[in-house]
Ligand binder design. Structure first.
Ligand SMILES: NC(=O)c1ccc[n+]([C@@H]2O[C@H](COP(=O)([O-])OP(=O)(O)OC[C@H]3O[C@@H](n4cnc5c(N)ncnc54)[C@H](O)[C@@H]3O)[C@@H](O)[C@H]2O)c1
Length: 457
């Protein structure tokens, strides 16, 4: 943070330059300055007297008071999950669009709760929300460009905070969040719903009970045909396509990498050491525009898409394990996050889910996971699965929200911390840097500053 003060970050002053979208229609956003390779902030000096947030429990609280910034599709979806949990009060919400606030307010009052305070009127209205003293945690579900400013502001006011994916888009920002969380002694979390998927939680248990032997390799991805959504005149279509004009990178690493980082004991005895990354050509968004935007005066024709459609990275841990990580949101294909793990005695692969375990499966044959559920279903899913299944993304959203609130009610250490959050998003800037250098290895920052080898409490 030497050349970028928190104040600058909050005001967005640092956003000028590198990340401006080609189209004048988008808001400004931050992408890595790839002229600065090797990046000076990959492993900056620790602030004086820093204290880790690893293993730090929440203070116990009977009721969790939540502030939400961004009440669009995702913000309202998580709001819906929170409204289904006892001991939660939504005290304040913020959005630049009053109609989105009205919809969220109605959801809250329809459930019999008091209407929340509302903040709107500009991109920085969230500064008024975070200045409230009656908030325990501020959750941001804004466009990516605002995740970091909202979380830094929340921490500066002494609140826990949490974000949607990605947690941040530059190494500088990721370090800023780590340092701010440690300084404030408050948690700064990435609410990664995919870590709470049924299959992910079951496989994580199987990995740690040794079913697959010694784990050697995992595969993670976000391969999702978003061409329609990226081009809509509303919701994510208003801002997400801009990122395809800003960075040739893996723009969305965390849905895949979060769960496999648990399988690989990242920050519980291992950590990512370095990664290499290559991108193929950009085609999908250009072809989609050619086929759907007939009016050549449409501002979309000013946009220059630079994100290669298929980005493939390979990560190596200090203990020698490998991860393949991919991103493609611009081509015709069914959804997958890969979600694969390979050990010396067996393997799990998702989409569709299937398992092979030596001695238990016929040679060369995958089996459906159903036979394993009886012994390895995660206790959290056994406990709340019935309620969860009525919620978003097959239930993982409810389980994630339930578990966060449970940790706060009971004064537990959260399941993941600021170091996990920063690490799961680091492939965004690191892939951008590696791609720009013909796939050169990029060192992973050690956001834990040496504490990765300690087992999780
Ligand atoms: N975890 C998941 O499964 C999942 C799913 C979808 C989206 N997301 C993430 O959620 C976030 C939001 O995505 P979305 O689909 O809801 O997009 P969206 O466009 O529907 O919602 C974003 C909202 O933020 C508001 N906003 C914009 N700038 C703001 C500001 N400065 N202050 C306050 N509000 C502001 C917009 O008006 C809008 O209502 C993104 O980070 C996205 O990546 C996560």
């Amino acid at each position: 943070m030497s050349d970028l003060s928190r104040r600058d970050m909050l005001k967005g002053a640092a956003l000028a330059g590198a990340g401006l979208a080609a189209s004048g229609a988008f808001t400004r956003g931050i992408a890595e300055d790839i002229s600065a390779i090797a990046h000076p902030d990959q492993q900056p000096a620790a602030p004086k007297a820093r204290k880790t947030m690893k293993g730090v429990p929440f203070e116990r609280m009977a009721n969790v008071r939540v502030g939400i910034v961004g009440t669009g599709l995702r913000g309202r979806s998580v709001l819906n999950e929170l409204l289904g949990i006892d001991g939660v009060t939504i005290v304040a919400i913020c959005d630049t669009v009053p109609d989105k606030l009205a919809r969220a307010t109605k959801m809250i009052t329809d459930k019999g709760h008091a209407a929340p305070a509302t903040y709107t009127g500009g991109d920085h209205a969230f500064e008024q929300l975070v200045a409230r003293t009656d908030v325990d945690i501020v959750y941001t579900a804004t466009p990516w460009e605002y995740h970091v400013p909202v979380m830094l502001a929340a921490l500066a006011h002494g609140h826990h905070t949490a974000s949607e994916c990605p947690f941040g888009t530059t190494l500088k920002d990721l370090w800023a969040l780590v340092d701010a969380s440690e300084k404030a002694r408050k948690h700064c979390l990435h609410l990664e719903n995919c870590n709470y998927g049924y299959n992910e939680m079951m496989v994580n248990r199987m990995v740690h009970e040794g079913v697959f032997g010694e784990v050697l390799h995992a595969e993670a991805a976000y391969l999702h045909d978003l061409r329609g959504i990226l081009n809509e005149g509303r919701d994510e279509g208003l801002w997400r396509r801009a990122w395809h004009t800003r960075a040739n990178a893996n723009l969305y690493p965390t849905h895949g990498l979060g769960p496999v980082s648990w399988y690989l004991d990242i920050h519980s005895g291992d950590r990512y050491d370095y990664m290499v990354s290559v991108s193929g050509p950009e085609r999908g968004l250009s072809i989609y525009r050619e086929e759907t935007v007939k009016d050549k005066s449409d501002p979309k024709w000013n946009e220059q898409y630079i994100t290669g459609d298929m980005n493939t990275s390979i990560l190596k841990t200090v203990k020698g394990k490998t991860v393949m990580l991919q991103h493609d949101v611009s081509n015709a294909r069914p959804y997958t996050r890969h979600n694969r793990v390979l050990g010396t005695k067996g393997t799990f692969e998702d989409y569709p889910p299937r398992i092979y375990v030596e001695g238990k499966s016929a040679k060369e044959q995958f089996y459906p996971i159903d036979d394993w559920k009886k012994d390895f279903e995660h206790p959290l899913w056994t406990r709340v699965g019935d309620k969860a299944r009525s919620g978003g993304h097959g239930g993982m959203d409810y389980v994630m929200a339930f578990r966060l609130i449970e940790c706060m009610h009971e004064g537990l250490v959260p399941d993941y911390d600021v170091y996990d959050a920063a690490t799961w998003s680091a492939p965004f800037p690191l892939s951008q840097m590696s791609v720009a250098k013909s796939g050169q290895p990029m060192k992973f920052p050690d956001f834990t500053r040496g504490e990765w080898s300690k087992k999780r409490s």
